[in-house]
Design a protein around this ligand. Structure first.
Ligand code: FEO
Length: 395
């Protein structure tokens, strides 16, 4: 059921505690999520965004308990992706002529999903819709994270409806940043940024600078997933500015897969060497076949350098490492260094292939990597320790 945000705005979305995978199976969800839809009652009544398709009927039934659907004057679709537009067909069966305000690209994406010629009104940055005491001001937010994304700003109440930007896949019955565990919230917001928004970091910076220049007061940020930022709402904007500027912590992450433990033992010896040379750097090891890929990506996001490891198999690398390397490449990390390692028995191509992946992903390759024949003996592990020590010095 909905809850009141202020005298004009009511949350009418869906909290999805059961969600464990998003974007098909591309994004793991540990703590559920929500699809936030907002009902504004001024002199005009406005619905901002809907919910994911499986909850369409439930959404419309609940919405009817809040408002006579025929009283909805305008629908604003900040973004056409199915997790926000999924209930439109169910809703538009009831109020087929209601105008839908969205960007020109939003019309393309919504039509592309539903093949319906609803009453679309295209808007662009600066367009304003008066709804009574308040105006809604539209701000296109291209590639945050789709070409059709936009923000809607409500004047007087100073609410920014930011859609996916500033969101998190995080379910809570409390829904406000001052009422939830701040560490959980931070960690989910960072995972969301690293896995969804990172490729568009330059645009994130520009968009935030553009909004700052507008010099508009923002008392609340209402995203389309997760928690509403009402206490010190600009904290997430400041955090995005940091994350968008080639973010890194003092962390080295060793990411590998292994067949008969040889590459794992190399990874551990590399960590020992790194620690001997720098006992303050945060060192983390992840076996990609045993670790959630999105969590590995978040750790890469936090790292100043990574070591990628795989034994050579079939003249190539293990599939879990190939998947992570490809995912990292698409996420366009910047200002990070790396090198490769791995065992081999015969041909030994893995470190060349991993090095190529690092280059393709935009990492600065520090050296040619290290490979060891068969399962490493003590002298091989010593070479790995030495490699780890030098690796830190070369950063
Ligand atoms: Fe939450 Fe891009 O959809």
């Amino acid at each position: 059921m909905g809850f009141t945000i202020n005298d004009k705005v009511t949350w009418v979305g869906k909290i999805d505690w059961e969600l464990r995978n998003f974007h098909g199976y591309e994004y793991s969800v540990d703590r559920g999520s929500s699809y936030n839809s907002y009902l504004i009652r001024d002199e005009k009544t406005v619905l901002i965004d809907t919910v994911w398709k499986p909850f369409a009927k439930e959404f419309v039934e609940n919405l009817k308990k809040e408002v006579d659907l025929n009283e909805i004057d305008y629908i604003v679709m900040n973004h056409g992706e199915i997790d926000h537009s999924g209930a439109l067909p169910e809703l538009m069966q009831e109020i087929p002529d209601t105008p839908i305000y969205c960007t020109a690209n939003g019309i393309k994406s919504i039509k592309g999903h539903f093949h319906e010629d609803w009453n679309f009104i295209p808007v662009k940055t600066g367009d304003t819709l008066n709804i009574g005491q308040n105006d809604l001001v539209f701000v296109e937010a291209r590639m945050l994270h789709w070409p059709d994304s936009m923000f809607t700003y409500m004047t007087n109440d100073n609410i920014l409806f930011s859609n996916d930007a500033f969101g998190q896949h995080y379910a809570s019955e409390y829904m406000y940043n001052d009422l939830v565990d701040p560490d959980e919230l931070y960690s989910e917001a960072m995972k969301y940024y690293a896995n969804i928004l990172n490729p568009f970091s330059r645009l994130v910076t520009r968009k935030i600078e553009e909004v700052v220049k507008l010099d508009i007061p923002i008392d609340m940020i209402c995203p389309s997933h997760g928690i509403i930022w009402r206490k010190d709402p600009l904290q997430i904007v400041e955090q995005y500015m940091k994350w968008a500027q080639d973010y890194q912590e003092d962390q080295i992450t060793i990411i590998y897969d292994t067949m008969w433990d040889g590459t794992r033992r190399m990874a551990e010896a590399l960590a020992e060497g790194i620690k001997e040379a720098d006992d303050r750097v945060n060192i983390k090891l992840f076996n990609t076949s045993k670790t959630d890929k999105n969590n590995v990506i978040t750790e890469i996001f936090k790292s100043k350098a990574v070591l990628l490891g795989s034994p050579t198999v079939n003249g190539s690398i293990l599939t879990s490492m190939a998947a992570i390397a490809d995912l990292a490449s698409g996420l366009k990390f910047k200002n990070k260094k790396g090198a490769a390692f791995g065992t081999y028995g015969w041909s030994g191509e893995s470190i060349k292939i991993l090095t190529q992946h690092l280059e393709d992903a935009g990492f600065e390759v520090v050296n040619q990597g290290i490979r060891e024949l068969w399962n490493p003996d003590e002298s091989a592990l010593d070479r790995c320790r030495e490699f780890g020590r030098k690796f830190v010095q070369e950063l």
